[in-house]
Write a protein that binds this ligand. Structure first.
Ligand code: FAD
Ligand code: FES
Length: 270
């Protein structure tokens, strides 16, 4: 796949507080130093980009392998936005957070399978846990363009980790929840689902694995068996189905998250 050299238009830290996160292969939670909204000029990519797809970013020689990031937004000027969390010991995300206006970033994409909105779905329920808003933003934008009604449940641990409401797409209904009650309703984002599920024709979620596990185990009660698509994350090698580093077991057999996903039906995940 062709490499794209994209110019940085802006790179803004929009969430400033530290967040404790449990890394995939580490027993101890680690800090996220902040979350950035990075706008890149790459007109080669925007016409092909679909919600749920991702790009692989080469982090300037700081990492051997490129790093995957969801396409967060696309505009009609040939620009894409990434929304990413910076891990305290993450070489790639630290490097990306230091890119200034005018600097160049090498990437390739769009990659992977996109979210699919059914033709008969009128009301969409989007469930975003923390940085999970990254791919759902683009989906919300596209859904509104297609005259769907969108309700976004947006959750985080505390108020300072909530994506700024004024930056969210207009014409969607947003319900905020924080675990400590410092903004919106108190509790986990997943606890809000039963309140909104009856009106939803389809559910789309992006969040941590334990959130999916709970959604899966309680899908009859929580989701009333409404069709649900989720975006899966893992550490990736090549991003294009070559290294098998992102293989998972599904009900359809072994699949690569980068090529067969990252969007999967919740029912298919084991
Ligand atoms: C399809 C896909 C889309 C993604 N989209 C986004 C996005 O839009 N925004 C965003 O912030 N992140 C996203 N990620 C996660 C992102 O790719 C990683 O956070 C990033 O690669 C970390 O790079 P690093 O070099 O800074 O850290 P590394 O040095 O690679 O890792 C530092 C630590 O973070 C852990 N880690 C790495 N990747 C993950 C992960 N996916 N989940 C949990 N722990 C991890 C590692 O185990 C390691 O301990 C996505 C991942 C995938 C697979
Ligand atoms: S990351 Fe290499 S096959 Fe998916």
């Amino acid at each position: 796949m062709k490499q794209i050299i994209a110019k940085v238009i802006s790179n803004t830290r929009i969430l400033k507080e530290l967040e404790r996160r449990r890394a995939l292969k580490r027993p101890q939670p680690r800090d996220v130093l902040g979350s950035y909204l990075l706008w890149l000029d790459c007109p080669e990519l925007t016409p092909k980009a679909k919600p749920g797809q991702f790009v692989m970013v080469r982090c300037g020689g700081k990492t051997i392998l490129p790093r995957p990031f969801s396409i967060h937004q696309v505009n009609n000027k040939g620009n894409i936005a990434l929304f990413f969390a910076v891990w305290e010991d993450g070489k790639g995300t630290n490097w990306l957070s230091q890119r200034h206006i005018g600097s160049k970033v090498e990437l390739f994409g769009p990659l992977g399978v996109d979210f699919s909105i059914r033709s008969d779905s009128r009301n969409l329920l989007l469930v975003a846990g923390g940085i999970g808003i990254a791919p759902l933003y683009f989906l919300a934008q596209e859904a509104v363009k297609k005259t769907r009604s969108v309700t976004l449940l947006l959750g985080a641990a505390t108020a300072s980790q909530i994506y700024p409401k004024n930056l969210l797409p207009s014409r969607i209904k947003t319900v905020i929840t924080t675990e400590d009650g410092s903004a919106g309703k108190k509790g986990r984002v997943i606890d809000l689902v039963p309140e909104f599920i009856d009106r939803a024709d389809q559910v789309f979620a992006c969040g941590p694995i334990p959130m999916y596990r709970e959604m899966y185990l309680q899908r009859r009660k929580f989701l009333k068996n409404k069709p649900t698509q989720v975006s899966l994350e893992t550490v990736m090698g090549c991003g294009r189905g070559v290294c098998y580093g992102c293989t998972i077991k599904t009900k359809k057999g072994l699949q690569e998250i980068c090529r067969d996903g990252p969007i999967f039906d919740l029912d298919d995940i084991m």
